[in-house]
Design a protein around this ligand. Structure first.
Ligand SMILES: [Cu+2]
Length: 426
């Protein structure tokens, strides 16, 4: 059920959000690998909506993209999504209509392995979100109260939350000495890229975007909107430790607590920061070796894209003094902003390479629907292309899932500002 609902952040107030089953994040949907998953949607929102099952290479008709894979589910209407829960991994679901995702329409989706390549004693899901008090709006120059205008260059998030809780009232994840604990880190934030670490405990990376990798130990990792990392933590350092994720914006870090229940520790100080947030070894994508990553074939088709854009002034120049120029955001791939953008046409069975160069001042987490691609030595579906990167990022995929799929920046406002294309099987 999707509906308007009140959501309380302890100590911050009550906010009107659009939520899945009244929860934020939405309820964790869990399936076993290979199970058939059916999710019945009832839309009690005042707008049409869809649900996108981010990362799962499902049948095109179930991908939840309005006007491309289905008409939006109208207010009062319903839709049943049905697909195979495969492969195993950590995923997410969210609305794919306009800026609805930042109304609160996000949630975690977990497909459990039949045979995991790692052993662990317990697991937790940590969903990291940036939180708007009001309704999302496109960035740019807007009319404020009266006749004044104001420039909104970033969404006015009020807090960063882990599992819906703010830094001052954090979730507590309990462990026992000697346990191996699997954490599924899921980032359905609108724009925020986090640097994540846990005090007193290194992180062993075991999966990226749900796909298994050779375990690799670091002190911290960065992940952007749309990405997921699974990590193992060995509980060998009794106490209560800060879990923190510092953002690439000005907000206080998202926080939680790792607490040993057999040690009766005092809670960490509210300002305690894991040492991995400022020093230590930070994961680089090149560090990882994926398991069962397909060999890269000589591409049949190569697409080169320059990612660019930012704030753009329109009008106002011809009649100075009449009205302030419009300030809008426009984000482009090879100069084109969706929907005025050519599709990528591919044929079934082809090896396809997408090369990305980021000439803009912002990082772009680029997400492909319906497929995993190879990047470096791993399989992923969302990869951050860092700002002003001289090095091109190459994504290699095999065209094995016919349909019309989106390829876009998973910064919600960059997507809304045009950084999106359709990949169409022809
Ligand atoms: Cu972007």
């Amino acid at each position: 059920m999707l509906e308007k609902a009140q959501f309380e952040i302890p100590g911050r107030g009550i906010f009107e959000k659009w939520l899945y089953n009244g929860q934020f994040p939405g309820p964790e949907i869990r399936a076993k690998e290979g199970e058939r998953l059916r999710v019945a949607i009832k839309n009690n929102l005042p707008e049409g909506t869809t649900v996108h099952w981010h990362g799962i290479p499902l049948q095109n008709a179930m991908d939840g993209v309005p006007d491309i894979t289905q008409p939006a589910i109208p207010p009062g209407g319903g839709f049943i999504y049905e697909f195979n829960a495969a492969p195993a991994g950590s995923y997410m679901y969210h609305s794919h209509v306009g800026l609805q995702q930042d109304r609160g329409l996000v949630g975690p989706l977990v497909v459990g392995e039949k045979n995991a390549h790692i052993a662990y004693d317990r697991e937790y899901t940590l969903t990291l979100t940036d939180f708007l008090a009001g309704a999302p709006a496109p960035l740019g120059r807007m009319k404020a109260a009266g006749s004044a205008t104001m420039d909104m260059l970033a969404p006015p998030y009020i807090a960063l939350l882990i599992n819906g809780r703010p830094p001052e009232a954090p979730s507590v994840f309990q462990v026992k000495s000697g346990e191996r604990v699997r954490l599924r880190l899921i980032n359905p934030s609108g724009t925020t890229i986090y640097r994540f670490a846990i005090g007193g405990h290194p992180l062993t990376i075991t999966h990226t975007d749900g796909r298994p990798v050779e375990p690799f130990r670091v002190d911290a990792l960065r992940f952007g909107p749309g990405e997921r990392y699974d990590v193992l933590v060995e509980a060998r350092n009794p106490g209560a430790w800060p879990i923190a994720a510092s953002p690439d914006n000005d907000l206080p870090a998202a926080r939680a607590v790792l607490q040993y229940i057999d040690a009766n520790p005092a809670m960490p100080r509210a300002d305690a920061m894991p040492e991995g947030l400022t020093g230590g070894r930070l994961l680089q994508l090149e560090d990882l070796r994926g398991l069962d990553v397909p060999e890269v074939r000589k591409p049949n088709r190569i697409f080169n894209f320059v990612l660019a854009g930012g704030m753009l002034k329109l009008g106002g120049m011809m009649n100075p003094g009449s009205s302030p120029p419009m300030l809008i955001q426009e984000w482009t791939m090879n100069g084109q902003a969706y929907p005025n953008a050519e599709p990528l046409e591919i044929h079934r069975g082809e090896a396809v390479r997408i090369r990305l160069e980021n000439q803009s001042a912002m990082p772009h987490p680029m997400h492909l629907h319906g497929h995993f691609y190879r990047v470096g030595n791993v399989s992923k579906d969302t990869t951050i292309v860092w700002a002003y990167s001289k090095k091109r990022v190459e994504l290699d995929l095999v065209a094995d899932n016919p349909g019309a799929w989106l390829f876009h920046c998973h910064n919600l406002y960059h997507m809304d500002g045009g950084m999106m294309r359709v990949v169409r099987y022809v």
